[in-house]
Design a protein around this ligand. Structure first.
Ligand SMILES: Cc1cc2nc3c(=O)[nH]c(=O)nc-3n(C[C@H](O)[C@H](O)[C@H](O)COP(=O)(O)O)c2cc1C
Length: 168
């Protein structure tokens, strides 16, 4: 098995590195995809943008067996089923990992524009809604939700998968 990841600001890369260390498998940035043999099983990790796992579409022709999406929500939004549907991975294992984000003032380009618009739209209704309030706070001030314990379900799945491959 090999880990391939897409990470814009480093939070997803942190999870990918932790997994690589714990499982003893190689890790490759999706930008260096030619390094990944087509026959290798891939555990893919990508940051999420409006429910889409970034970089996953580049993996066509590779054997992606499980996908992790990292986002800032407490859980996959709007739901795990919807995220699987949007990313066309209904037949694969999916794990949501809470990542993080840098403060809005540090962002640049389209990401900053998109998130500023999101904050502006949310602020109006956020006063009475705790979840929305939290989402706005996280975007404006930044947040790091990367924790080793969040990887427990992925590690369990990967260890099982790797031992079944060895016994084939
Ligand atoms: C434009 C934009 C859209 C985003 N959309 C989502 C989203 O739909 N759901 C979510 O949970 N996080 C969303 N995020 C947050 C990132 O996915 C999250 O911060 C991620 O952990 C960043 O990973 P990275 O540091 O590896 O790039 C968005 C971030 C940006 C900049």
């Amino acid at each position: 098995m090999i880990i391939v990841y897409a990470s814009k600001t480093g939070f997803t890369k942190k999870y990918a590195s932790m997994l690589s260390e714990k499982l003893g498998v190689d890790i490759v940035d999706v930008k260096e995809l030619p390094k990944v043999p087509k026959e290798s099983e891939v555990l893919y990790l990508g940051w999420m943008k409006v429910g889409k796992v970034q970089g996953l579409q580049k993996m066509k022709g590779h054997k992606v067996v499980a996908v992790c999406g990292s986002g800032t929500g407490r859980s996959a939004e709007p739901s795990e089923e919807e995220v699987k549907r949007r990313n066309r991975i209904e037949n694969k294992s999916f794990f949501y990992l809470r990542g993080g984000c840098r403060p809005l003032r540090d962002l640049k380009g389209m990401d900053k524009v998109m998130l500023s618009m999101f904050v502006k739209a949310m602020r109006k209704s956020a006063e009475k809604d705790e979840r929305k309030k939290e989402a706005v706070e996280i975007i404006v001030h930044g947040f790091d939700g990367v924790k080793e314990e969040n990887l427990i379900p992925v590690l369990k799945w990967a260890e099982k998968r790797m031992s079944s491959l060895e016994n084939r």
